[in-house]
Design a protein around this ligand. Structure first.
Ligand code: A3P
Ligand code: MG
Ligand code: MG
Length: 381
């Protein structure tokens, strides 16, 4: 069985020559046995408050409060007058995760650090869960490309997303309807989450998308040791619930399903994204609110992540978890082989455009450099 990526000196004999030094994104190259993916372990968490300030604790944790089966939540409520939106033009890169690492170094380094010899991290990759979600869905992504910046520093590979020109244009020309629909998902969270175990949701409050609770997990994909963080919507409020991440709940909204075509699209596109996002950190269930065209949640349904791969099997030509995981694993191997220079100011920029191979370019002391001086200084001194 040949490797799905190949270094080529020029176009081969066939048509459609692959770019040189590229990684294939073709599904058929990744249909092998499911790779080893260790049960993710939570090694810590952090919170971002209403002004996006970092706290090394769980103060922003919320508790799931099960609604009625047919709740009639109006997701439009408060959009005009009780909504504070995070400034998406501010690019935080890996900064919050790096802050967490500095505050918790003993948890990610095997040897004790001394002032004379600060130790390296015990992981191969540090990134956001969302970046890994994009990697998992790449073999099925036909619309949007991505850019991932990679820096090797003290033998750990840091992966941070760069917004593509196309994504920036889309963000800047969003319609009012689209802006309002993006609010709906957060409003649903407010209807279903309480601030503490003994309180109830407060739909009359302000929705502030600066606030976040993030889990930090450690796991292994094939021979890649990963440390990543992801935002968690809420947890089971039952004190006897299993420990994190097994007690976490991912909340989603989706358009009501009325036709076989809509059901098929839901399985083929939405469940792929939902599965990838929650499978990575070991979040066991998604609670979905299905809404009508007017933004009113009419029905609720729980999707256990372990059942999603069975649910989609009846769908012809559907996505496969093994393709997602094998592509991600091979991409990480590709990164290890490409990003060889250990230097905090060097960026290897990996680029994906739909229907193309993944390629990369190298940048020294460029605007792509993303490891902050405070992090490099603290990790070196
Ligand atoms: P829905 O997913 O219910 O639409 P998350 O589900 O990841 O916790 O994100 C919460 C909400 O943020 C989403 O709720 C959606 O409203 C908004 N959101 C997240 N990612 C988005 C994206 N790429 N584009 C538009 N809205 C997004
Ligand atoms: Mg969320
Ligand atoms: Mg959610």
């Amino acid at each position: 069985h040949h490797h799905p990526y190949q270094y080529q000196s020029g176009p081969g004999p066939g048509q459609n020559p692959p770019s040189s030094r590229g990684l294939s994104t073709r599904r058929e190259n990744y249909e092998r046995d499911f790779p080893l993916y260790k049960q993710p372990v939570e090694v810590g968490c952090f919170s971002l408050d209403s002004e996006r300030r970092f706290f090394n604790d769980s103060r922003q944790m919320r508790y799931y409060s099960e609604p009625d089966r047919n709740p009639n939540f109006d997701l439009k409520d408060g959009y005009k007058d009780r909504f504070i939106k995070r400034d998406e033009s501010v690019k935080e890169k890996l900064d919050h995760i790096l802050r967490w690492i500095l505050a918790n170094r003993s948890k990610v380094s095997s040897k004790a650090a001394t002032t004379a010899s600060p130790c390296a991290l015990d992981v191969d990759f540090v990134t956001w869960r969302g970046h890994l979600t994009k990697l998992l869905t790449t073999p099925y992504e036909t619309r949007e490309g991505w850019l991932l910046a990679v820096t090797r520093f003290r033998n750990t590979l840091y992966i941070s997303e760069v917004e593509t020109e196309a994504a920036r244009r889309e963000r800047e020309k969003r319609t009012e309807r689209h802006e309002e629909m993006m609010y709906w998902g957060y409003k649903f969270e407010q209807y279903t989450c309480a601030d503490n175990v003994h309180s109830s949701p407060d739909p009359g409050g302000v929705v502030n998308t600066n606030e976040a609770f993030c889990t930090v997990v450690q796991t292994r994909l094939a021979d890649h040791r990963l440390l990543f963080s992801g935002e968690v919507d809420c947890r089971d409020k039952d004190p006897t619930a299993p420990s994190p991440p097994a007690c976490y709940v991912e909340l989603k909204t989706s358009a009501e399903i009325c036709t076989p075509k809509q059901r098929s699209n839901f399985h083929r596109f939405k469940l792929l994204k939902w599965w990838a996002q929650s499978f990575l950190p070991g979040v066991p269930r998604v609670v979905a609110g299905f809404r009508d065209h007017d933004g009113v949640v009419v029905t609720m349904e729980t999707f256990p992540i372990s059942k999603i791969s069975h649910l989609i099997k009846s769908e012809p030509n559907c996505w496969k978890p093994t393709v997602c995981m094998n592509f991600c694993s091979d991409f990480l191997s590709f990164v290890k082989r490409a990003a060889t220079e250990d230097n905090p100011s060097v960026v290897y920029l990996f680029s994906y455009e739909p229907h193309r191979d993944v390629t990369y370019s190298v940048h020294r002391d460029s605007p792509y450099s993303f490891l902050p001086h405070w992090y490099v200084r603290e990790m070196t001194s």
